[in-house]
Design a protein around this ligand. Structure first.
Ligand SMILES: [Zn+2]
Length: 302
């Protein structure tokens, strides 16, 4: 059984998937190496492979169960083999060598891999699932806004934590929480950013698209801009722009806040794609990249 690969916030579109064999997850080495900017070469009698990244060297040979990191023998955690011309290496070895964390996301059959991002490490980000519990938000056909919001929040939390960030939720699943309660939670936790996830609705099915809201501060404007750009790149939805609005959560938060409306539950185009879990995973990827770009930009300025 194979699974798709999401590496450092991007989907890998190639056709060699991650593979489970005897309970061991293996990944195509060259894909991970390329994504992480490592050099890779096959040497000598072609059964030997060397990877170099930041002055650290990984050497391995096909068919073996061991590898060498900086010349020291380490267990590979499973067999090293070839599939469709790709060298497949146990995820445990790849994670250890590249400093990656990974999680298998079962409902989309994908492996999410992220390296610890220095800019994100130990930064506290509050995630707000707009609506929950007694308050469902918009409903259209089978789509319930609170459920979609929660789903995107969960996927985003997974990617952020794999990257070394810390996450503070404003509510648990199905929990009814007022806006002041949620704002207080963010404040007490001293989160740096607040990302609130919503979905939109309208009377006409012709209205589709993605919006990101900010209020008052230049920082929030920048964060909204980064997120909107990456969301559009990932979802390919209509760009309804970044907008300033005095929503309660945006007005009363001490963290840098944004409120995202991923798409229209009522839209003829958006409702079709939002029903697909992959769209929600892609939304999480786009938002993650937006947050990363914003924080990296801030770090460079300081
Ligand atoms: Zn909403």
């Amino acid at each position: 059984m194979g699974g798709r690969l999401l590496i450092n916030g991007r989907i890998w579109e190639g056709d060699t998937p991650a593979e489970w064999k005897d309970g061991i997850l293996s990944l195509p080495l060259s894909v991970v190496a390329e994504r992480l900017g490592a050099r890779m070469q096959r040497t000598g009698c072609t059964d030997l492979v060397q990877v170099e990244k930041d002055g650290r060297e990984l050497a391995l040979s096909l068919g073996q169960q061991t590898a060498f990191v900086q010349g020291e023998r380490v267990p590979a955690g499973g067999a090293i083999y070839v599939n469709k011309d790709m060298i497949m290496v146990p995820a445990a070895l790849i994670s250890r060598y590249f400093g990656l964390s990974w999680r298998y996301v079962e409902d989309i059959n994908a492996v999410v891999l992220n390296r610890t991002e220095p800019a994100l490490k130990d930064r506290l980000i509050a995630l707000d699932a707009g609506h929950g519990g007694e308050e469902t938000g918009a409903i259209s056909g089978d789509l319930v806004e609170s459920e979609l919001n929660w789903d995107v929040v969960q996927r985003l939390a997974c990617i952020l934590t794999l990257s070394g960030a810390e996450v503070q939720y404003t509510r648990g699943y199905g929990e009814t929480m007022s806006l002041p309660q949620r704002v207080n939670l963010v404040m007490e936790a001293e989160a740096e950013l607040l990302v609130s996830i919503h979905h939109n609705s309208f009377l006409s099915a012709e209205i589709n698209g993605t919006e990101t809201y900010w209020y008052h501060s230049w920082s929030a404007h920048q964060l909204a801009d980064c997120i909107q750009n990456h969301l559009l790149e990932e979802l390919r939805t209509t760009n309804r722009g970044i907008r300033e609005a005095a929503f309660f959560l945006l007005r009363h938060s001490f963290a840098v806040p944004v409120l995202i409306k991923v798409g229209f539950l009522t839209g003829s185009h958006d409702s079709t794609i939002l029903a697909d879990r992959w769209t929600r995973e892609k939304a999480a990827l786009g938002i993650f990249r937006g947050i990363r770009e914003y924080i990296e930009g801030r770090t460079r300025q300081l």
